[in-house]
Ligand binder design. Structure first.
Ligand code: OFO
Length: 173
């Protein structure tokens, strides 16, 4: 049993996860256009992870008997100054997601909704990893500055990222 207020909040967040997926898909194409195939891969993997996040919320809500609502999607930015610019915007977006997950958890605690608290635990841990990865890349990009050679080294590292569907994930898209 989930409250209408709780399911509405989760539905709002579910759409934010879909927004995240689309944001990173566009970043992937921007990186590709910059000649950074490794970064394009990194953002494409991130897109796939976000689709899993979206589907986790979708599955949880439908398992709880809620009917989901989806607003029309907003246009996304597709101009970035550099890879550093993209990574800084990625970290800022993930900080926002973390704050939203924390608020959802707070609401679930206040409503004594234990099922939703357990559901959100996975996302709390996931956000630590996401922010950490972003900070690492930003630090490296700042170290190399505008040097093409340095950026290409980081691009090669980003090419190594592989999508791994989490255990029990509802969809591996
Ligand atoms: Fe990037 O963690 Fe979901 O949004």
């Amino acid at each position: 049993m989930i409250s209408k207020k709780m399911s509405d909040s989760l539905n709002t967040h579910m759409n934010l996860e879909l927004f995240s997926a689309h944001l990173y898909l566009v970043m992937s194409s921007c990186a590709n256009e910059m000649g950074l195939k490794g970064a394009a891969n990194w953002f494409f993997v991130q897109y796939r992870e976000e689709m899993i996040h979206f589907m986790k919320f979708y599955t949880y809500l439908t398992d709880q008997g809620a009917v989901i609502a989806m607003p029309a999607s907003k246009a996304l930015p597709n101009k970035y100054k550099s890879l550093l610019d993209m990574m800084q915007k990625t970290l800022a977006h993930e900080n926002l997601i973390t704050a939203c997950i924390n608020e959802l958890t707070e609401q679930a605690v206040q409503e004594k909704d234990h099922a939703t608290q357990i559901f959100l635990q996975w996302f709390i841990t996931e956000q630590i990893e996401e922010e950490n990865n972003d900070r690492d890349l930003i630090a490296k990009l700042k170290l190399v500055g505008d040097t093409g050679h340095g950026i290409l080294m980081i691009d090669s590292e980003m090419a190594q990222r592989v999508f791994v569907a989490p255990v029990g994930s509802p969809l591996a898209v």
